[in-house]
Design a protein. Sequence first.
Length: 202
Amino acid sequence: MKNLIILFFLPVLIITSCVNIESSNHSTESKPIVIGYESDKNGKYKIVNGDINSVEIVKAYFDAYNKKDLQAVYNLEHEDVLLFAPNGMTIESSKQHLEGGEKFLAANQYAKWDIIWSISTHVNFENKPTENWVTSGILVSYGKDEASKTSVSRVVDLMIKDGKVKKGYIHQRQLSETEKSGNEWWIDFNNLAVLNVYKSSS
């Protein structure tokens, strides 16, 4: 009889333990974790882990670039998208970006965007709605062909709103000789440190 009782309760204990573990993991994953801050003239605001689905939106965005499907890029942007390029240019609409993309691809038969890393965060402002930003390290290569390509390191910071790109900042630097030779895997953390400063004041 004692053995029967043990055999009866053992599966119950196992099932209960599994449910508790799953519940605990779900609680940990759902709880926002403070990973940094953003500051402006009005104060300092917490940055927490963001919507992971936004990372997939950004992946689709650059996948479209790689397929030279600029219409898909256009469809993933708000009409009034605002983009700040590393050369000081400001793009103020999806139409303007589409036209610029067409010129870039016409001049560069070889063009490739490789995402090396990508993270999603939420900036919790006090006086306006929370913003979702996806920051990605990207190796951009372009030229007449692969043999004559130029490669640069970019950190692209994109604000995602309602499943589309609303605003973006692009930071760029030249690759070192070590990186060009392929002897070192690059992650541009130097640019990452300044990404979230004064975004909202622009």
